[in-house]
Design a protein around this ligand. Structure first.
Ligand SMILES: [Ca+2]
Ligand SMILES: [Ca+2]
Length: 260
């Protein structure tokens, strides 16, 4: 991650698109040779041509003790569901005892020059935030950083468990162990996040709850330009946090960072 972030940030004039208008397709990758083993923290993967003239570099920044990244993305032929193949779909496994997670960053670079670029404004949908109630109660937990706004379905299973850690850091957690099988496209289990002037995206994918055995969860991030078909969405603009709440959150973050 350090290597990537050190690259010069170049914003292509005229590249910016309206929110939600930028599609990205993650349909194949090669590991970048940087001395790190496949799927270990530090490993970087090149996804060519996620958009016209743009490659994505995906880094595994950190893997918590007891977690394992067992897949960086879904491979294989597109059918039966071509859309799912084009999503970014890593797998994170958590050991039986506690919360586990892995941190990822997607950085965008010019396909020709390799320099950092902005893909303008985009919307990322985190699909199928659910859980598993076999062998305990495991819930998927996703933290997004640097987002401007997010949407979810009113009354959705995850609606009661959305925590703003910071104005631009929001944690989403399933409260529905035993949700749909595989990756559901049901917007009830999805969160849409809006980003502006994006040169990179960072997020944490993990598990919480209890389980008596290791569990592997498949995560599914959708960068399509088609908005999810929410029937009654709630939109939260992240900077609109009251000053009092900000002070409280700042105190919590300080305490959290001192502990870690
Ligand atoms: Ca994919
Ligand atoms: Ca899921």
């Amino acid at each position: 991650m350090v290597v990537i972030m050190a690259a010069a940030i170049t914003v292509i004039a005229g590249w910016a698109a309206p929110v939600g208008a930028q599609s990205l397709r993650f349909t194949g990758f090669t590991q970048v040779s940087n001395g790190y083993a496949d799927l270990e923290a530090g490993a970087v993967y090149l996804f060519a041509d996620v958009a016209a003239g743009v490659d994505a570099l995906v880094s595994i920044d950190f893997i918590s003790p007891g977690a394992l990244v067992s897949q960086i993305d879904n491979g294989g032929p597109p059918p039966p569901n071509e859309a799912l193949y084009e999503y970014f779909q890593p797998k994170v496994q958590g050991a039986a005892d506690q919360d586990h997670y892995a941190d990822f960053t997607i950085s965008f670079v010019d396909s020709t020059t390799g320099e950092a670029v902005s893909v303008g404004d985009l919307t990322m949908a985190v699909m199928d935030i659910d859980g598993n109630n076999q062998l305990g109660d495991t819930y998927e937990r996703v933290t997004l950083y640097g987002l401007d706004a997010y949407r979810y379905e009113d009354g959705a299973p995850l609606a009661d468990q959305i925590i703003s850690m910071d104005p631009s850091e929001v944690q989403f957690e399933s409260t529905a162990a035993g949700g749909p099988q595989g990756i559901s496209l049901d917007p009830t289990y999805a969160v849409e996040a809006d980003y502006s002037d994006v040169t990179s995206l960072s997020f944490r994918l993990g598990l919480t709850g209890t389980r008596s055995e290791d569990q592997t969860r498949l995560y599914s991030l959708n960068f399509y330009d088609t908005p999810l078909a929410y029937s009654s969405p709630t939109t939260v603009t992240t900077p609109e946090v009251s000053p009092l709440a900000l002070l409280a959150v700042a105190g919590l973050i300080g305490a959290r960072r001192r502990r870690s």
